[in-house]
Design a protein around this ligand. Structure first.
Ligand SMILES: [Zn+2]
Length: 444
């Protein structure tokens, strides 16, 4: 069996094995399932395991965001799976401190975690990512008219890209545009967009755009980058059998939409332009809750209101999400740590601080001979040049900046390649772990 088929099979089986709570009603609801799979080569045989999973299609509007890092803004399956993956990586880092991880080596001499060479990660999803990857004229159906002719360009500036009219695949994502009078729903290809949705517009970017960013900066995010020697990239993107898709559109959305030369000039080691293999599973196994299935006539077909998050090897592997919080919370605990998902910003921040403190607790003499130490110094030092021994009192935004390499790469990428990238108000990133703990006593 092909690797993609195996990946698809174990991901669907993992989803099926989870309890019913949080799953859609098969009569009238649909959702998206995304997962990250670890492939470990040992004795020549690949061993596969699902390590992170998310389902969901919802996203909060700009007025619903929290400045305490305790609510998930973006609950699309792809984003929930990535957050679960970050939680998984932090747990593996913690295990590697005592040599119990089969994912990382803990290199105490350089103060970094290093991904084992035998391990790679693969992404599985049951829907084309929203945004750019979803705009296409279908090429997977027999049609007398060549695909190229069915893309009708309406011109425009080079910055705007080509508009696809009569597209079979369309996105509800809105263009991030600064010009007044632009049609934000136009199906221009190659553009940065916010997520689809009714009501108050969200500030969260489309999954196509976020995944394109993972393909340069890595899927681990800025916090974890300060603990790693190199970013972690996804080796392949596997689409479930029966998923509406267009391979060219996905490739374009994830890395091909930018000028190769500009990317080369912009991206510095240890970062690179990752080009994951796009593979469509061919094992005939469909996702039960996919959007493009037939449902009993007369029922109101709609997205499921909540989502599921699952993470391998941690305490409380499964969480059910609704509105960016844990499902089923009472008014009494609203706004307290008990209402938070373990994949919320503040909880991941807290787990990061714990791992980092343990790593730094090793005697400084072991921090290398100067060659490697310069890199460690760069990542573990504050601007004043002193080592931030304990970052538990830092603001979240300052902890994110601990990896200067990540921060600088992102700045260059945003300026030269992505150009228009909506940023959330900086006030949303000013929280500290202490302010989160205080919210325990507040009543909402
Ligand atoms: Zn999405």
């Amino acid at each position: 069996m092909e690797l993609a088929d195996k990946i698809s099979k174990i991901c669907l089986e993992k989803f099926d094995s989870l309890p019913k709570t949080g799953k859609p009603n098969v009569e009238f609801e649909w959702t998206i399932l995304s997962t990250i799979v670890k492939v470990e080569i040992s004795d020549g045989d690949p061993k596969l395991a699902v390590v992170a999973l998310g389902t969901g299609t919802k996203c909060l509007g700009s007025t619903e965001l929290s400045d305490k890092g305790d609510i998930i803004n973006d609950s699309h399956a792809e984003v929930l799976a990535r957050r679960a993956f970050v939680r998984y990586l932090l747990n593996e880092m913690k295990k590697s401190l005592s040599n119990r991880s089969n994912v990382f080596n803990c290199c105490k001499d350089i103060g970094k975690f290093v991904l084992k060479e035998s391990v790679s990660f693969h992404f599985f999803t049951t829907h084309s990512p929203c945004g750019d990857a979803s705009i296409y004229a279908r090429s997977d159906v027999l049609n007398d008219e060549p695909t190229a002719k069915r893309f009708r360009s309406t011109g425009g500036t080079s910055d705007v890209g080509t508009i696809v009219e009569h597209a079979d695949g369309m996105t509800g994502g809105k263009l991030v545009s600064s010009a007044d009078g632009d049609d934000l729903m136009a199906q221009h290809v190659g553009m940065i967009r916010t997520k689809p949705g009714k009501g108050i517009r969200t500030l969260s970017l489309s999954c196509s755009d976020k995944m394109a960013r993972w393909n340069v900066l890595g899927v681990q995010g800025s916090l974890l980058m300060s603990l790693l020697d190199a970013p972690i990239y996804l080796e392949s993107i596997v689409l479930c059998a029966g998923t509406d898709h267009n391979r060219e559109a996905i490739e374009r959305a994830l890395w091909k939409r930018w000028d190769e030369e500009v990317i080369q000039e912009t991206v510095n080691s240890p970062f690179r332009q990752n080009r994951p293999k796009i593979v469509i599973a061919d094992n005939g196994k469909h996702f039960r809750f996919r959007k493009n299935r037939s449902v009993p006539s007369g029922s109101k077909f709609q997205p499921a209101p909540g989502g599921i998050v699952w993470c391998s090897g941690v305490d409380k592997e499964l969480e059910v999400e609704i509105g960016g919080r844990r499902q089923g919370i009472t008014k009494k605990i609203l706004g307290t740590p008990a209402a938070r998902l373990k994949i919320s910003k503040i909880e991941l921040f807290s787990a990061f601080v714990a791992v980092r403190n343990e790593l730094l607790a090793f005697p400084k003499d072991n921090l290398g001979d100067g060659t490697n130490c310069s890199d460690v110094g760069m990542n573990l030092s504050s601007d004043a040049g002193t080592v931030v021994a304990d970052c538990s009192s830092l603001r979240y935004v300052d902890a994110k900046a601990l990896s200067r390499a990540y921060h600088e790469q992102w700045t260059r990428l945003r300026t030269r390649v992505f150009r228009i990238w909506s940023e959330k108000p900086s006030s949303l990133l000013n929280f500290t772990l202490e302010s989160g703990a205080l919210s325990k006593d507040r009543k909402y």
